[in-house]
Design a protein around this ligand. Structure first.
Ligand code: GDP
Ligand code: ZN
Length: 436
């Protein structure tokens, strides 16, 4: 399945919404340079930033801009590519895009279309494309590291090396099919060695799959649910921990009726604090719905902070939750068995709780160790490969074994997007912004 060759030329704003200090417009395709030359007259030398005056077809001044052209196939999109570094005003950007698309072969790009061309032209494989999307979405250092590794081709190299090993066992198995009757001993010996090797390969593939939860937690971020009775200071604590004033804090019990999610950076690990509705007996249907959601979020969270306050009945607490006593400023000597004592209002104990959360996040993500299968697609491909290798190891039938090994190699080929890509490309490229 070869992606269709695209001959049209695309243009898009690659930077954020104007106004900004600088706006970069990218143009990719066979007519890219002609369209740019139409605005500035002469093109600068390849790969050298040059100052040019841009004018529209009516010779109206559009901007004075830095221009760079990348000819050939060794470009970010795998075809002629130009970048215009403009002053980031709305009228400049719209005027230049308008003038460029007056060229009959130039149209505005769709989301992810530059990257899609890079993939179609063999400049990036599919796992690298996913790494690029992760890099753009990365909010913490750990996410950035994981995304850069994926974009750099780490996973593809790994999948390919396992694929090579499987194919070499397959070659042996196929050679074994051709052994004559009197060579049965040799054939049996080779089959035995192959079986042992396949068990080892399956075990290592399964170990990678088993570690995929950690990879996904790094990519998607950890979830920390904050639960407890109304008015104990859950929202105040979320604000104090996150240092962002986003959750609503009021003295009226039952204010937080829906869940509010606040991002947090725990020493490089991304986390989301989920501020939930207070758990209490109520007839209010909206509040009941909030409580239902709070319980669902807590059940799915990586960690639950159960908040109480001096003199407040703790109510039910999920197993494994951290017990946090808030409002310790009100009664510093409150005798309750808890893990942490804090005051969201006065700030006491907040730094210690935050440090404990950072330690917990580090243990959950182990940022120093590469985590490889961060996407469900990657996990599924490796799990399929592991299952097929396991099946190959478990059969004495050479024909079935060869079939299983081909299936395993095929599954690993999905990582780079060499096979079975047709139904996933739109989803993967659609997540990029326009201009990427
Ligand atoms: P929630 O319903 O559990 O989310 O509680 P809120 O965060 O909305 O806080 C309820 C009330 O308790 C508000 O009036 C807060 O100002 C107050 N409060 C929150 N934390 C503290 C604290 O550490 N000490 C004291 N004295 N009051 C607090
Ligand atoms: Zn609240």
């Amino acid at each position: 399945s070869c992606p269709a060759v695209t001959r049209s030329t695309i243009a898009a704003l690659a930077t954020g919404r104007p106004p900004s200090a600088v706006a970069i417009i990218r143009i990719s395709g066979p007519a890219a340079f002609a369209a740019v030359a139409g605005l500035c007259g002469s093109l600068p030398p390849p790969r050298r930033m040059s100052l040019r005056t841009l004018r529209d077809p009516n010779a109206q001044l559009l901007d004075s801009a830095l221009i760079v052209v990348f000819p050939g196939t060794a470009t970010a999109s795998g075809e002629d590519l130009a970048e215009l570094h403009l002053h980031g005003g709305a009228a400049v950007v719209s005027g230049v895009l308008d003038a460029l698309t007056r060229h009959p072969d130039v149209r505005l790009a769709e989301a992810g279309e530059f990257t899609r061309r890079a993939f179609a032209n063999g400049r990036l494989d599919l796992a690298q494309v996913e790494g690029l999307a992760d890099l753009i979405a990365a909010e913490t250092a750990t996410q950035r590291g994981q995304a850069l590794a994926l974009a750099g081709g780490v996973l593809t190299r790994l999948a390919d090396s396992w694929r090579d090993q499987i194919l070499s066992v397959l070659a042996q198995a196929e050679a074994g099919l051709d052994f004559a009757e009197d060579e049965a001993d040799v054939a049996a010996h080779i089959a035995q060695a192959s079986t042992e090797r396949l068990h080892l390969i399956a075990a290592e593939l399964n170990a990678l799959v088993a570690d995929s939860g950690r990879a996904a937690r790094i990519r998607e971020g950890l979830t920390i649910a904050v639960i407890g009775p109304p008015n104990v200071g859950k929202s105040s604590l979320v604000n104090a921990l996150s240092t962002r004033d986003m959750a609503i804090v009021t003295p009226i019990a039952g204010t937080t009726r829906d869940t509010i999610e606040v991002p947090m950076n725990l020493n490089g690990a991304a986390a989301t604090l989920v501020d939930t509705a207070g758990l209490r007996a109520t007839d209010d249907p909206i509040e009941l719905e909030g409580i239902r959601r709070a319980k669902a979020r807590a059940a799915a969270a990586d960690l639950v902070l159960h908040i109480s306050a001096p003199g407040v009945d703790e109510g039910g607490m999920p197993v494994g939750a951290w017990r946090v006593l808030n409002k310790c400023d009100l009664d510093p000597s409150a005798v309750t068995e808890v893990d942490y004592r804090v005051s969201a209002l006065a700030g006491d104990g907040i730094a210690a709780l935050r440090a404990a959360l950072a330690d917990w996040a580090a243990a959950a993500t182990r940022p120093g160790e590469p985590a490889l299968l961060a996407h469900a697609r990657h996990r599924a491909a490796f799990a399929d490969a592991a299952a097929a290798v396991q099946a190959a190891a478990g059969t004495d039938d050479e024909v079935l074994r060869a079939e299983d090994l081909r299936r395993a190699a095929h599954a690993l080929g999905r990582i780079a997007g060499r096979v079975d890509v047709d139904d996933i490309l739109d989803r993967i490229f659609g997540q990029f912004c326009i201009g990427k």
